[in-house]
Design a protein around this ligand. Structure first.
Ligand code: GAL
Length: 669
C-alpha cells in the first residue's frame, strides 16, 4: 500500500532540485551541511542525470548517486528521487534516431538542449522502462528515498510530435476511439469541405494546411498527445509501483499549462506537485494564488507541493526581475496558506555552466552564507519547522469555479466569432473578485461533485459534454447559486454545435436563449445599467431572449440597447445567473458581493486591501494565515472572544493583530 504523503513527510517539505552531478564531489558535504542549517528536509535528485548514470547503453554507474544519497541521509535530508528520464543521452538518439521528436515541418529535434524525445517512440518507451527498473531496484531500500519524481514537467517544451511513429499512433488512437471510419467521418463532420476519409491511413496531422483546420480533428490531436504523454508517465509509474509499492509517485505540473489535462493526470498521482514562476512585474501574485487553488483541487483538496519556485529571479524572461526582500518568503506563505505542504525551489546551488547559470538558486554563485538570498532561505526553512501539525490540513471553500482543459482547447480554436478570447483570462476575471475578497475558491470539473458548494461559477464553458448540464441543473435545483458567462453551452465534445438555440443544453436552467452573438471591436465599449448604476463592458454582447429569466442588467447602447445583458432565473431551490457580456471588474465585484452576502459566505476576517487571508483546517485546529502584501503595516480585528496562538511569534493574541509590511502571521485556534 502506498504511504500517505504526511506519513512520509510529517512536516512541511522544504528544499529544492539538487544537481550534484554538476559539481565536484568535494562540494557535496558542504551542500549537505548548508542544507541542514537552512532547514532543508527534502531534495529532488537526478532529474537530468541520465547521461551521467548511463554513459553507454546498458552500462550503469550508480556509485556517485549512492554516495550522494548516503550523505543526504546522514544529514537528515530526504530524497525525492527522479527517474532521470527527462533528458535522454546523446548515444540514445545516435543509435536510435526514431526516439527524436519531429517538428511540424518534418525536421527532427536534436540533442543539445533537453526533452527532445518523442513520447510515441516505442524505442524511447523501452529505454525509459529499462532505466526506471534499474533505478527502482537500486534504491528501493535506501532510507533516504521518500518519493519518486517521474520525469520532469512533461510537455514543457514539446507537447506535439509529428514523427511517422506518432502518425501511426494517432491513427491507432482514432481507431480505438471511433471503431469505424464512418463513425470518425460523422464525429469530425467531414462532409464539410470534402474531407471524407475512406481508410485510416488517409488521415494526417492537422498541420501544414492551406487554411483553417478541422476543429474536431485538432481537438482529437490534442487529446491524443495528452494521452500519449500520459501513457509515458504511466509506463514509469507501473514499474515503480511493482518494485516500490509503498513509495508515493508523481510528476511536476506547470503554470498555466494548456496541453495536458491535469485533472485526468492527478488521478494517477499520489501527490500533486507543480512549479510556479510568477513574474515580479505582475505585482501581487494573484495568478500564482489561483494556480495554487487549482492544484489543490486536482485531487479533491489534498494538499500539494510547490516543487519549484525561484528564490530571486529566473533567467528565461526577456528581463528577469528579482523578487524584492521578503517577497519570496511572503509568496511561499501564500503557497502554504492555499494548501501547499511543500515549498521547494529550482534549484539548490546556482549553476556554474549551462543555459541556466544565471537562474537564481538557494545558494548563490558567491557561496556566501550571509547573502540576502541564502539568509531568506534559511529563515523560511527554519520558520516552517514551527508549523508542526499543519501538513495534511484542508481548505474551507464554499465557492467553486468550473475548470475544464478540453474546453480550454476547444474554445481557443480558430474560426470563432471572436478569435482573441482567452479562457484563462475569463477564469482569472472571476477568480480575482473572490481573491480580493479573501473568499476561498476550489476548482471543479463540469461533472465534478458540487454538493459541498453554495456558489459555483462557470466562466466561458463553451463545451458541454453529454449530461454535464444535469450536474449544473442538480446543483441549482438543490439550492445552489450558479453564474454562467457568455459563450457557454455552445459545443459538444466533438466541437459540434448543440443545436436548438444557444446555449441549448443550458436553456432551461438559465431561462433564456441567445439569438445572436455581437462581438465588439478592440476599441469598442458599451455600457450596462444595473439597479440604476452604469458599468462599462467590452469584447462581447449576447442578444438574449428571456424565457423565464429576468434581466438584472441591460445594455445601454448600440442596436441591442435595452436588451438584457445579465439575467437571473429561479430554478428549483436555487438561482442561475447569466452574464452575456464581458463586464468591468467593478460590476463583477458588485454582483459577486451581493450573492456572497445573500448566501452568508464570508472571508475568515475582514482585512484591508492587499492583505491575503486564508484558512486551513484539521480535525481539531484552524490555521489562519494573514499575509500582508502592502508596503505598510496593517492592524486587523480578530474574532471576538477567540484566543489565538501565533505560531511564528510563539505567543498568544486576541482582539487585534498588527502585521508588518511584507510579513505574515499564522494563528492557530
Ligand atoms: C522548470 C524546470 C527546471 C528549470 C526551471 C527554471 O521549468 O523544471 O528544470 O529549468 O524551469 O525556471
Amino acid at each position: 500500500m502506498v504511504k500517505r504523503i504526511d506519513e512520509v513527510m510529517p512536516r512541511i517539505a522544504f528544499g529544492g532540485d539538487y544537481n550534484p552531478e554538476q559539481w565536484d564531489e568535494s562540494v557535496w558535504l558542504e551542500d549537505a551541511k548548508l542544507m541542514q542549517e537552512a532547514g532543508v528536509n527534502l531534495v529532488s535528485v537526478a532529474i537530468f542525470s541520465w547521461s551521467v548514470l548511463e554513459r553507454e547503453e546498458g552500462k550503469l554507474d550508480f556509485s556517485w548517486l549512492d554516495r550522494v544519497l548516503d550523505i543526504l541521509h546522514d544529514h537528515g535530508v530526504g530524497v525525492s528521487l527522479a527517474t532521470a528520464t527527462a533528458s535522454p543521452p546523446a548515444w540514445l538518439s545516435k543509435e536510435y534516431p526514431e526516439v527524436l521528436a519531429v517538428q511540424e515541418n518534418g525536421v527532427p529535434y536534436q540533442i543539445g538542449s533537453r526533452q527532445h524525445y518523442s513520447p510515441n517512440s516505442k524505442r524511447f518507451r523501452y529505454a525509459v522502462k529499462q532505466l526506471v527498473k534499474e533505478m527502482a531496484n537500486r534504491y528501493k531500500d535506501h532510507s533516504a528515498l521518500k518519493m519518486w519524481h517521474i520525469n520532469n514537467e512533461y510537455g514543457c517544451h514539446l507537447a506535439e510530435c509529428y514523427s511517422d511513429e506518432s502518425l501511426s499512433a494517432f491513427r491507432e488512437w482514432l481507431k480505438n476511439r471511433y471503431q469505424t471510419i464512418e463513425n470518425l467521418n460523422q464525429k469530425w463532420g467531414t462532409n464539410f469541405w470534402s474531407q471524407r476519409y475512406n481508410e485510416w491511413d488517409e488521415i494526417q496531422f492537422p498541420v501544414n494546411l492551406p487554411t483553417f483546420y478541422n476543429p474536431s480533428q485538432k481537438l482529437d490531436y490534442k487529446r491524443f498527445m495528452n494521452d500519449a504523454i500520459f501513457d509515458l508517465y504511466k509506463i514509469e509509474k507501473e514499474v515503480l509501483r511493482e518494485i516500490t509499492p509503498d513509495i508515493p509517485v508523481f510528476t511536476n505540473f506547470m503554470y498555466e499549462f494548456k496541453p495536458l489535462n491535469y485533472f485526468g493526470w492527478a488521478k494517477e498521482m499520489d501527490l500533486v506537485t507543480w512549479d510556479s514562476y510568477p513574474d515580479p512585474r505582475e505585482g501581487k501574485p494573484y495568478r500564482h494564488a489561483m494556480h495554487h487553488d487549482l492544484m489543490r483541487s486536482l485531487k479533491n483538496g489534498q494538499p500539494f507541493y510547490l516543487m519549484e519556485q525561484v528564490t530571486s529571479h529566473v533567467n528565461w524572461r526577456d528581463i528577469n526581475l528579482t523578487k524584492k526582500p521578503g517577497e519570496m518568503r511572503l509568496w511561499s506563505y501564500s503557497t502554504v496558506a492555499r494548501g501547499g505542504d511543500g515549498v521547494m525551489y529550482f534549484q539548490w546551488r546556482q549553476g556554474k555552466a549551462g543555459a541556466e547559470k544565471f537562474h537564481g538558486a538557494m545558494v548563490p554563485h558567491s557561496n556566501d552564507p550571509n547573502s540576502r538570498v541564502y539568509q531568506e532561505v534559511k529563515q523560511l526553512g527554519n520558520e516552517l519547522k514551527q508549523l508542526d501539525g499543519l501538513a495534511g490540513a484542508r481548505g474551507t471553500a464554499k465557492v467553486a469555479i468550473v475548470f475544464d482543459w478540453e474546453n480550454w482547447w476547444a474554445v481557443e480554436h480558430e474560426g470563432k466569432p471572436h478569435n482573441r478570447l482567452s479562457y484563462l483570462d475569463q477564469v482569472y476575471q472571476y477568480y480575482r473578485s473572490f481573491y480580493e475578497k479573501n473568499i476561498a475558491v476550489d476548482f471543479v470539473e463540469p461533472n465534478g461533485n458540487l454538493a459541498d458548494y453554495q456558489f459555483v461559477v462557470a466562466p466561458m464553458l463553451y463545451m458541454i459534454r453529454d449530461g454535464e448540464e444535469n450536474n449544473l441543473e442538480q446543483f441549482v435545483k438543490n439550492g445552489g447559486t450558479l453564474i454562467v458567462s457568455f459563450f457557454s453551452g455552445i459545443a459538444d465534445e466533438q466541437d459540434h454545435i448543440h443545436l436548438g438555440g444557444y446555449p441549448a443544453p443550458l436553456r432551461s436552467l438559465l431561462g433564456l436563449t441567445v439569438e445572436e452573438f455581437a462581438p465588439m471591436a478592440d476599441d469598442e465599449i458599451n455600457t450596462i445599467v444595473a439597479n440604476g448604476e452604469k458599468f462599462t463592458v467590452n469584447t462581447w454582447a449576447d442578444i438574449i431572449k428571456l424565457e423565464g429569466a429576468k434581466a438584472i442588467a441591460t445594455f445601454k447602447e448600440n442596436w441591442y440597447q435595452d436588451n438584457p445583458a445579465v439575467t437571473i432565473h429561479r430554478y428549483g431551490q436555487g438561482s442561475s445567473i447569466y452574464v452575456g457580456t464581458n463586464p468591468s471588474d467593478d460590476y463583477l465585484d458588485q454582483l459577486i458581493s451581493g450573492i456572497l452576502q445573500q448566501l452568508e459566505v464570508s472571508a475568515p476576517l475582514d482585512a484591508p486591501k492587499d492583505v491575503e487571508i486564508a484558512e486551513r483546517v484539521t480535525n481539531d485546529k484552524r490555521y489562519l494565515f494573514i499575509i500582508n502584501h502592502n508596503t505598510d503595516p496593517v492592524t486587523i480585528a480578530l474574532k471576538e472572544g477567540v484566543v489565538y496562538q501565533d505560531c511564528l511569534q510563539g505567543k498568544q493574541v486576541s482582539q487585534t493583530i498588527t502585521v508588518q509590511n511584507t510579513d505574515v502571521a499564522i494563528l492557530v485556534y
